[in-house]
Design a binder for this molecule. Structure first.
Ligand code: ZN
Length: 414
C-alpha cells in the first residue's frame, strides 16, 4: 500500500513537472501564436487578396490594420478611376512573421500591386514588447553602414543580386538570421545567419514609433537602350515635391544633390523621393565653394551632410557634386564619395524661359549624358514637366547616377 502511494506520488510529481515545463514554454511562445485574417475580393475592375496577422497585442494590430486599410483604399480608388482596363488590377498582401526573442517581434509586409505596371512595397514593423512601441531595425546595429556594405558586397553578390539603390534593400530580424528583402524586378528575400555577419545586435533604447515604407516601381533598366541621368542641385525646396511627382508620373528617376542645411526642413520630401527610387547625392552642407576650403573644412562640409541624411532619413549618399562644379586634388583626396559633374548644363539658374531650358537640355543630347538642373526654381519644375515626356518619347530611360554607372559597367562586359 505504502509502495503504491509512493509510486502515485512520483507519478503525480512527474505530471506536475511536465505541466510546469509546458506552461513555461507556452509563456515563452505566447507571442509566437497569432491568427491570420484573410480578405479576398473579386471585382470587375480588380482583385484583392490580403493575408494579415492578428497578434492580440492591440498596439500592433491597430497599426497594422490601419496601414492595410489605407493600402486597400488607395488601391480601390486608383482602380475605380480607370474607366477601361485591358487587365484587371491586382493587389496582393502577404507577410512574414518573425518572433525574434522575448523582446522583439518583426512583421514584414510584402505587397504586390499591379495597376498596369508592377509596383512593390515593403513595410517593416519591428515591435519592442518590453517597451510597447515600434522601433527602427537599424537602431539595433552599432554600425548600420557596415551591415549594409557587408550584405551588399558579400551576400548579395554571391547570389548575383545587384542593387544600385540602398533604399531598395530592407532588413528584418528573425533569430538567428538577418532577413534581407530586396526589391528589383520583384521582391526577393534572403536570410543570413547573424553570426556570419560577425556582429551582435545591440539592445535599442530608440523608442519613437518609427517605421519605414518602401515603395519602388519596378523601373527595369535595359542597359542596351539609351539612358540619360537628370540631376538637380541646391535643393530640396518647395518645388522638389512637384518634380518628384512628375518623375513618378513618367516612371522616371533622377538624382538630387542636396544641401545638408536643408535636409531637416525637407525630410519628408527626401523620404518620398528615395521611396520613389530616386538617388540622393551630397552637395556640401551650405554651398561653400569647396575648392577654396582647407582640408578640414572640406571634410566638415561633406560629413555634416552625410551625417544629417543618415540620421534623418537613414540614407548614405555615395556621390558628391562639388559646388560650382569645381574640383581639385584636395577635394579628391579628402572624400571617398564618387565625384559627379555633368555633360549638359541647362543653365536654368540664368535662363528664365521654360522652353529655352528644355531646348538646352535636348539640343545635343546623347546616350549616357548627365543633365544639370536646379530644383529651386519654379521654371525648372515646369521645364521638367515638358522635358521628361520628350526624353521618354525619344527612347531614353531616365535613371540615377548610380544606375548610369552600373549601366556603363555592364556595357563594357558585353
Ligand atoms: Zn550648387
Amino acid at each position: 500500500m505504502r509502495y503504491l502511494k509512493r509510486k502515485y506520488l512520483i507519478f503525480l510529481s512527474f505530471i506536475l513537472i511536465i505541466l510546469g515545463i509546458g506552461y513555461f514554454l507556452f509563456l515563452r511562445k505566447e507571442h509566437l501564436n497569432y491568427q491570420i485574417n484573410s480578405m479576398i475580393e473579386d471585382n470587375p475592375k480588380y482583385l484583392i487578396s490580403a493575408t494579415i496577422p492578428k497578434t492580440n497585442i492591440s498596439n500592433i494590430d491597430q497599426e497594422i490594420n490601419h496601414f492595410i486599410q489605407q493600402q486597400i483604399q488607395k488601391f480601390k480608388n486608383i482602380s475605380n478611376k480607370s474607366s477601361y482596363l485591358l487587365e484587371r488590377n491586382e493587389l496582393n498582401i502577404d507577410f512574414d512573421y518573425n518572433y525574434f526573442n522575448d523582446r522583439y517581434i518583426n512583421i514584414v509586409f510584402k505587397i504586390d500591386i499591379y495597376d498596369g505596371k508592377n509596383n512593390y512595397l515593403i513595410q517593416n514593423y519591428l515591435y519592442d514588447l518590453k517597451k510597447g512601441c515600434f522601433i527602427d531595425v537599424l537602431s539595433l546595429f552599432d554600425n548600420s553602414d557596415y551591415v549594409y556594405k557587408t550584405v551588399k558586397d558579400t551576400f548579395l553578390k554571391e547570389k548575383n543580386i545587384m542593387i544600385t539603390n540602398s533604399s531598395n534593400l530592407y532588413m528584418a530580424i528573425s533569430n538567428p538570421y538577418l532577413d534581407v528583402y530586396i526589391i528589383t524586378d520583384k521582391i526577393y528575400s534572403i536570410s543570413i545567419p547573424l553570426r556570419e555577419l560577425g556582429f551582435q545586435l545591440s539592445i535599442s533604447d530608440d523608442c519613437k514609433d518609427y517605421f519605414l515604407t518602401s515603395q519602388v516601381s519596378a523601373n527595369i533598366i535595359d542597359p542596351m537602350k539609351p539612358v540619360v541621368a537628370l540631376t538637380f542641385d541646391d535643393g530640396p525646396s518647395e518645388y522638389t515635391k512637384e518634380i518628384i511627382d512628375t518623375l513618378k508620373k513618367y516612371e522616371a528617376n533622377a538624382t538630387f544633390f542636396v544641401l545638408g542645411n536643408k535636409v531637416t526642413a525637407y525630410q519628408d520630401v527626401i523620404r518620398e523621393s528615395i521611396n520613389n527610387g530616386n538617388e540622393i547625392g551630397n552637395h556640401t552642407y551650405n554651398h561653400k565653394w569647396l575648392s577654396r576650403l582647407s582640408k578640414d573644412e572640406i571634410i566638415e562640409q561633406i560629413t555634416k551632410t552625410q551625417n544629417i541624411l543618415k540620421e534623418t532619413v537613414h540614407y548614405t549618399p555615395t556621390h558628391l557634386r562639388p559646388t560650382y562644379g569645381s574640383v581639385n586634388q584636395r577635394i579628391r583626396k579628402n572624400t571617398e564619395l564618387e565625384i559627379t559633374l555633368w555633360t549638359i548644363d541647362t543653365k536654368d539658374w540664368k535662363v528664365k524661359n521654360v522652353d529655352r531650358i528644355v531646348e538646352r537640355a535636348i539640343q545635343n543630347i546623347e546616350d549616357g549624358d548627365i543633365i544639370l538642373m536646379h530644383d529651386i526654381f519654379e521654371r525648372s519644375s515646369e521645364a521638367v514637366k515638358k522635358l521628361v515626356p520628350i526624353l521618354k518619347e525619344k527612347g531614353f530611360q531616365l535613371i540615377t547616377i548610380s544606375e548610369l554607372e552600373e549601366v556603363k559597367l555592364l556595357r563594357t562586359k558585353f
